[in-house]
Design a protein around this ligand. Structure first.
Ligand code: NAD
Length: 362
């Protein structure tokens, strides 16, 4: 996919697969965008092109979901593991079922303590949160840190972070490290303590919307109105705004209206991390920088790919930690009693297995 630079294996992780007796096959040159040359991968086989790879694999590790042609080339009954964007594409789910593919979508991983080392959503969100803080600092016409010089002192920038999940907390930590004053807000009340522990101030809107599985739920119209009213002061005072709010399987909640942007200070930078799923900000264009009056709204896409070496390392380890318990002496033996494995199964034996996705796709 254009813009995607990450890999699903890195050399150290390849060695671990080999230690389990697995044979690793990779597309020649696939690692180059992440600065891994073919010769960094010792003892593996290279396929000339992606089609040959899909046709040969018993277990296919991916970063982005395969397209229809690639799925068509896969071995019937093989296993597909990666970020599969399970909510968005009924046609892809049908193809997976038709091909009897056992597909594991890491977006569906049950978020329990034991699954943390496999949690690709979290590892990639941490990368994205870090990057968004740097994008904001890079585009701001102001210093983030306090700066004392011969003629006086420059006050630190005020950064507001909306959504204090994995990405938001990393954005807060990064903006703090650069020296900004940070305020943050989330609808889940437990985030207050996490925000404060990073040295940021929590903006209390009085709206609490903790949903199931540690995630947020959608707000009612009244809650949204209250949120807008109480956030207005922090939005009007900030020098940079980073939005990371998301609800699994849904479009990103719209939190910042065009009217709120018009009331911002001139020169504010807005980084909308949710751009790819609809955006938290009215007027965000995915992959673009848009001026709304004197406010710059940035909708970055493929954010984790901006840091492809470490994002790949983290992602490859997540995949290995998921699949390795089921590889013994080079053979794959899935265990359907395993709640983590079963919980993130999208399709198996021609069926759509995940109840939540079934409900969304109909
Ligand atoms: P996410 O990417 O789904 O959402 C990002 C944030 O947006 C969340 O904190 C959410 O509360 C917030 N949000 C949603 N609607 C909002 C709105 N209208 N206004 C403001 N904020 C809004 O979430 P995530 O970062 O992937 O994870 C959320 C939480 O899940 C984590 O903070 C953690 O508590 C839990 N978690 C648990 C595990 C585990 O135990 N294995 C792993 C990772 C995360």
């Amino acid at each position: 996919m254009p813009g995607e630079r990450r890999l699903s294996v890195v050399p150290d992780v390849v060695k671990k697969y080999q230690g389990l007796g697995a044979q690793v096959l990779m597309q020649s040159g696939a690692g180059v965008p992440a600065h891994y040359r073919d010769d960094a991968f010792a003892g593996i086989d290279f396929a000339a092109d992606a089609q040959a790879l899909y046709a040969a694999a018993d277990v296919l590790l991916c970063v982005q979901p395969p397209n229809a042609e690639q799925l068509g080339a896969m071995k019937p009954g093989s296993v597909l593991l990666g970020m599969l964007q399970p909510w968005g594409d009924a046609d892809r789910a049908k193809l997976l079922m038709d091909k009897q593919i056992t597909a594991f979508a890491l977006e569906l991983l049950p978020r329990i303590t034991r699954s943390q080392s496999m949690d690709a959503l979290s590892s990639q969100a941490a990368v994205a949160g870090y990057e968004c803080a740097l994008i904001a600092a890079d585009h701001s016409p102001k210093f983030f840190p306090m700066l004392t010089y011969a003629a006086g002192t420059i006050r630190p920038a005020k950064v507001l972070v909306i959504g204090a999940g994995v990405a938001g907390l990393q954005a807060i930590a990064t903006a703090r490290r650069i020296g900004a004053m940070v305020e943050a807000y989330d609808v889940r009340p437990e985030t207050r303590e996490q925000v404060e522990s990073l040295g940021a101030k929590f903006v209390d809107t009085g709206v609490s919307a903790a949903g199931s599985g540690g995630y947020a739920r959608e707000l009612t119209d009244e809650e949204r109105a209250q949120q807008t009213e109480r956030l207005a002061k922090a939005v009007g005072q900030c020098d940079a705004l980073i939005t990371t709010a998301a609800i699994p399987g849904k479009r990103a909640p719209k939190i910042i209206s065009a009217d709120m942007i018009r009331r911002m200070k001139p020169g504010v930078v807005v980084v909308d991390m949710a751009a790819e799923t609809g955006g938290n900000v009215e007027g965000t264009v995915p992959g673009e920088k848009t001026w709304i009056d004197d406010v710059l709204v940035i909708g970055p896409t493929h954010i984790a790919s901006r840091m492809p070496v470490h994002a790949s390392e983290m992602y490859a380890k997540n995949l290995f930690n998921f699949i390795s318990p089921f590889i013994k002496d080079g053979a794959l033996a899935l265990d359907w009693e395993d709640e983590v494995m079963a919980g993130c199964c999208l399709t198996h034996a021609g069926e759509l297995r995940h109840a939540g996705v079934k409900q969304v796709l109909g």
